[in-house]
Design a protein around this ligand. Structure first.
Ligand code: SF4
Ligand code: SF4
Length: 359
């Protein structure tokens, strides 16, 4: 009954493998485009899980126009699935689904023995935890508040937005020295401070944390059988003082169930619903997140809002416009010209007439 970790790890591995497969398929889609050739594989829509800004723009666009944009529709679908997960099982998205959360957890577990856990004291920790809310606030203010429907439409159909997924891939395949240094810094910080990215910086986690206040599933403690041993507190990756609370309402609760697993007393601590016998076992949490993500994506597919409606030729034109295709590096120019639509040919002509200055 108290087992959460095996189910959680199974979910994490499943979603990580799914992300790696999506990444590989997307790489196969992008590589020919970079050479001006039309790809033989179709673009995997799941790649839009990594476009949270696009998802927020799409959300506002949908709210003001009632239209789901056809450039990156699954970004919005996936944002909704994250929010549904947070409504159901606290920040379960972070600890049961998100590959970055899984990697953060792995880094912490596999840290070199010499590196000791550093506990940031109360007020400094609070200040650092607020950072992710400031980042979220910045995006919410800029997108939900400041952008009107004309600006949203312009952004959605811009070349920059069309290739946002390709730019994200190139962040890894053409990594700059600065990006590599920042990533290396995050890895080192994750060794020292558990879940550094998730705890202090991730705006997706901040959004899930806010929504999670509404989740009926919470960690509940039975004070009459609790011996105040403190094992739950020590097991909690979010450093929540569980042994002081009847119900853990914290926005930092990952719904990971580690505290319940650590509790030696029967029927004392569990993820549960606010009803008698409402315990939520690990298998139920796993079933819930799988149903939300697999069922949600299948529903979106059926409704025609999973795959985008951007033809490969439009991708080619957008890549030319954003310099993701450099004409002087194309081996088969005839094939590129043949594959371009009229707009793409116009952009190509401009690029040939005004080649960018080489540094
Ligand atoms: S309170 Fe329990 S379920 Fe929540 S993060 Fe801490 S250990 Fe995980
Ligand atoms: S581990 Fe269980 S018994 Fe110990 S303090 Fe936490 S809830 Fe109480």
């Amino acid at each position: 009954m108290k087992k959460y970790t095996p189910f959680r790890q199974a979910c994490q591995i499943l979603f990580l493998i799914t992300c790696l497969l999506i990444g590989y398929e997307f790489y196969q889609f992008v590589t020919p485009l970079e050479q001006g050739t039309l790809p033989r594989v179709s673009r995997p829509p799941g790649v839009e899980a990594f476009l949270p800004i696009s998802a927020l723009v799409s959300l506002k666009y949908f709210l003001v126009t009632g239209i789901i944009n056809q450039v990156h529709p699954s970004a919005l679908v996936i944002l909704c699935l994250v929010l549904i997960t947070a409504l159901g099982v606290k920040k379960g998205f972070c600890s049961w689904v998100c590959p970055v959360g899984f990697l953060s957890e792995l880094l912490w577990r596999l840290r070199p023995g010499q590196l000791k856990r550093v506990v940031i004291p109360g007020i400094a920790d609070w200040g650092l935890r607020s950072l992710k809310y400031f980042i979220l606030l910045f995006f919410l203010f800029t997108i939900l508040w400041q952008m009107n429907s004309a600006a949203l439409g312009q952004f959605i159909h811009s070349a920059y937005h069309i290739v946002a997924d390709i730019k994200m891939l190139r962040f890894f395949t053409h990594m700059s020295g600065t990006a590599a240094a920042v990533l290396a810094g995050l890895v080192v910080l994750s060794f020292i401070f558990p879940y550094f990215w998730c705890r202090y910086l991730c705006p997706y986690g901040a959004l899930a944390g806010l929504i999670s206040f509404l989740s009926p599933v919470k960690v509940r403690r039975n004070a009459s059988s609790c011996t105040d041993c403190g094992r739950c507190n020590r097991a909690c990756p979010s450093r929540i003082r569980i042994s002081r609370a009847a119900v853990v309402r914290s926005d930092e609760c990952f719904g990971c169930g580690r505290c319940a697993e650590a509790c030696p007393e029967p029927d004392t601590l569990a993820l549960s619903l606010p009803v008698r016998s409402g315990k939520v076992p690990g298998a139920a949490v796993a079933g819930f997140v799988l149903i939300v993500f697999l069922g949600g994506s299948l529903l979106a597919r059926t409704a025609g809002i999973w795959h985008n409606q951007v033809p490969d030729r439009v991708y080619l034109a957008a890549m030319l416009e954003t310099d993701l295709i450099e004409p002087d590096r194309i081996k088969n120019m005839d094939e590129l010209i043949q594959n371009l639509d009229r707009r793409g040919k116009r952009i190509l002509m401009m690029k040939m007439m005004n080649p960018p200055e080489k540094q």
